[in-house]
Design a protein around this ligand. Structure first.
Ligand SMILES: Cc1cc2nc3c(=O)[nH]c(=O)nc-3n(C[C@H](O)[C@H](O)[C@H](O)COP(=O)(O)OP(=O)(O)OC[C@H]3O[C@@H](n4cnc5c(N)ncnc54)[C@H](O)[C@@H]3O)c2cc1C
Length: 445
């Protein structure tokens, strides 16, 4: 059996500027990359036409194609990581395993288990920062504690960027070091079809959107107007690593500080989840777990379908249902509406977004929902409540976005508003106030 180093692709599905892959290829003569379709993750997806799975499948096919050009190939396995690794280790003489860091609770637990399994066989498991620009304790307060407020975090982030060597990892120049298929002791596992793993084709395409310098330059001016093409639409690529965040920071720097800030928000929420994993399953500020939400399944269903009678909310939900994408401003409006107008638990909305969003990312989604609910680290205070009519006037003044997604708006077919915003607002203020004073009393006794 040959000595092999394995690179484990996860949410970094590219051959260029990939930190972990670069180090594996630089340090070993024979490297074989693998990918695992993990039933722990796939079995939770209820829609067989899941765009994310199709996107991953296309990204893997593109990697495999490029690897074939150098006489190699990608090995793709289906099974729990423990099963797959036990199987791989019995087939190949693996000396070292490489991967990039993943910060989510499930991934952290998974990596710990695999690290222990590899260590028990004297195989190293070396992982690298790749998904974000700064991680863990690279951007923390002077006393070493993590930031929980975005603005000072972003200031320190920018300072750190100036003080550190800004690096990319030219993994694409080392592809000749992939193990040749003909030299492998045991054949590769080819990419299974989507049907084999229980999914179907969708309309999603792997192709990168064309993001011009002009779009980035005008970002600050146009980013809040959902009827315009004013944002990059790169979130799905960032989510699955088909693009490198380092390359995007390099583009943002000379063109738009506002756009750079969005990339920093991404790092910020990733590191909030890393430092405060409790946020994944409840309010970041724990006293907000006392809020008494309404178990309003009918209202929630109308919100999901986009039939609330609030046109900006309905337009957003219908864009989401039809495409898997929703403009950021509208994400803020619909999330605020669900929580503050319907008084439905933000976690119901979080779960619905997790099912529907192409770019679903636990940290950004959780951060966005906790921001809207007022329960998060750097959230809008609970008493600041979006008025959906005012939001529409400001951000879709000519109803262009609304008309596109809600063609029956302003006809008898369109439903009346399902709540009175002013009444709902007062109800929410009272319920939050009660919950917080209750929580305070519990602390006193
Ligand atoms: C309730 C709610 C839920 C959200 N859920 C997600 C999610 O699951 N996945 C996700 O990627 N984004 C999420 N966002 C953030 C944001 O809406 C999307 O990143 C953005 O709309 C993607 O469009 P874009 O690629 O055109 O972004 P651009 O505006 O061009 O921004 C560039 C990139 O910066 C990052 N980014 C931008 N805004 C944020 C933000 N507020 N937080 C973190 N990263 C950001 C994204 O990676 C984005 O692609 C959520 C926001 C809210 C309010």
């Amino acid at each position: 059996m040959q000595d092999l180093a394995l690179f484990w692709f996860r949410r970094d599905l590219r051959l260029h500027d990939n930190a972990g892959l670069f180090h594996a290829l630089q340090q070993h003569e024979a490297v074989l990359p693998i990918f695992i379709f993990d039933p722990n993750i796939l079995s939770k997806l209820r829609n067989k036409q899941d765009r994310r799975v199709d996107f991953i499948h296309q990204a893997l096919a593109a990697i495999d194609d490029k690897m074939k050009q150098v006489g190699s190939g990608l090995s793709v396995m289906v099974g729990t990581p423990e099963e797959v690794w036990n199987n791989v280790l019995s087939k190949y003489n693996v000396r070292a395993v490489y991967a990039n860091h993943d910060y989510e609770p499930y991934a952290r637990a998974r990596d710990e288990k695999i690290k222990a399994l590899l260590a028990s066989k004297n195989i190293s498991f070396t992982t690298f920062k790749d998904q974000c620009v700064f991680e863990k304790s690279e951007v923390v307060k002077d006393d070493g504690l993590p930031y929980t407020v975005f603005t000072p975090y972003s200031r320190k982030w920018k300072k750190t960027l100036l003080s550190k060597d800004y690096q990319s990892f030219a993994s694409e120049t080392l592809l000749h070091k992939f193990m040749k298929t003909s030299d492998l002791a045991s054949p590769l596992n080819p990419l299974p079809s989507l049907a084999t793993i229980g999914f179907e084709k969708t309309t999603v395409r792997l192709q990168l959107p064309d993001v011009s310098d002009g779009l980035i330059r005008d970002y600050a001016e146009k980013r809040d107007l959902p009827a315009l093409h004013g944002t990059s639409r790169l979130s799905m690529h960032l989510r699955f690593g088909t693009i490198s965040v380092r390359a995007l920071v390099a583009r943002a720097l000379p063109l738009s500080e506002t756009w750079l800030n969005e990339l920093i928000w991404r790092d910020f929420y990733m590191m909030i989840l890393w430092h405060f994993p409790h946020a994944a399953t409840g309010a970041f500020k724990k006293e907000y777990n006392q809020v008494e939400w309404l178990p309003d399944e009918v209202g929630f269903k109308r919100w999901c379908e986009g039939t609330t009678g609030f046109p900006i909310v309905d337009a957003g939900m219908r864009e989401l249902n039809a495409t898997g994408f929703m403009h950021n401003r509208v994400r803020m409006i619909v999330s605020s509406f669900l929580v503050k107008d319907l008084l439905v638990n933000w976690q119901w909305g979080e779960a619905y977004f997790a099912e529907q969003l192409n770019d679903f990312d636990l940290s950004a989604n959780n951060g966005g929902w906790q921001w809207a609910a007022g329960t998060g680290c750097d959230a809008a205070p609970y008493f600041r409540i979006f008025n959906p009519y005012e939001q529409q006037k400001k951000f879709d003044p000519k109803f262009d976005y609304i008309r596109h997604w809600v063609p029956e708006y302003n006809t008898p077919k369109y439903p009346a508003p399902m709540v009175d915003h002013a009444v709902a607002r007062n109800r929410t203020l009272a319920v939050y106030k009660d919950a917080l004073s209750g929580a305070r009393q519990q602390k006193l006794f």
